[in-house]
Write a protein that binds this ligand. Structure first.
Ligand SMILES: Nc1ncnc2c1ncn2[C@@H]1O[C@H](COP(=O)(O)OP(=O)(O)OP(=O)(O)O)[C@@H](O)[C@H]1O
Length: 224
């Protein structure tokens, strides 16, 4: 059985500033199977976020193809791509992006409600997920009433509540102090293991990066 969740071959991405081409990714190859957890490190501006956006179907490559669960992200329709993204990928960003006017529980339930799950079930699943990230005592708190670490844990819960095949995290601990960052990072590894999701974490922090199963380095537009 082909166990590959996400892969790309000879992936190129350039940005254009007027007529000037700025090459960022120059032949990235990657293949990740179910449950695999890797971190991506590299100098500032090396293209880590660019790669994550391409893998998540948020942007298109200049050349090359990305396969998510066997489907070519550049060849399917925008509608199909959105659907696939919604069902198969959980995103976690450096800034939590929780909706300020909703409680932690409502925020975590949101991806399920978008999928038209009934509200009661979505809220129950959200409460369950928040318990897994140690926030069962914060269900009714809005993001403004949570600490930085708690907000990021709520964001982790929101990314995982749909049990996605793949979780893409861009500097998820970038705004946290070391101790809190370690807690959130380890929580992500533990939860991903539990739901058997493939995890790609971009981080600046070599100490955290080394805790993943594999560390990939982005140098001169390629992964080594
Ligand atoms: N929309 C854009 N238009 C033009 N150039 C861009 C665009 N987005 C990114 N870039 C350039 O592409 C390069 C890679 O950016 P990217 O954000 O992927 O790097 P990064 O490795 O994630 O950096 P950091 O670690 O600082 O977040 C940078 O030189 C950046 O200036």
């Amino acid at each position: 059985m082909n166990n590959t969740v996400i892969s790309c071959k000879n992936l190129y991405k350039s940005y254009f500033q007027g007529k000037l081409e700025v090459p960022v990714l120059q032949g990235v190859n990657l293949s990740l199977s179910r449950g695999e957890m890797v971190s991506v490190v590299g100098a500032s501006g090396s293209g880590k976020s660019t790669l994550l956006h391409l893998l998540g179907g948020l942007d298109s490559p200049s050349k090359g193809e990305i396969l998510l669960l066997g489907q070519g992200l550049t060849t399917i329709s925008e509608e199909k791509r959105c659907q696939l993204r919604n069902h198969s990928i959980g995103f976690i960003y450096q800034f939590h992006h929780l909706l300020p006017e909703f409680s932690a529980q409502e925020n975590v339930a949101m991806p399920l409600l978008i999928r038209r799950m009934n509200k009661q079930e979505a809220m129950e699943r959200a409460a369950d997920m928040l318990q897994h990230v140690g926030l069962s005592h914060r269900l009714t708190h809005t993001p403004g009433e949570l600490s930085g670490g708690e907000r990021q844990r709520a964001a982790v819960a929101r990314a995982l509540v749909t049990q996605p095949a793949c979780v893409l995290a861009d500097e998820p601990t970038g705004n946290l102090d070391r101790h809190t960052a370690e807690g959130v990072f380890n929580l992500m590894l533990e939860l991903n293991r539990k739901v058997n999701a493939t995890l790609v974490i971009v981080t600046h922090d070599p100490q955290l990066a080394n805790q993943a199963e594999r560390v990939l380095q982005l140098i001169d537009g390629v992964l080594v």
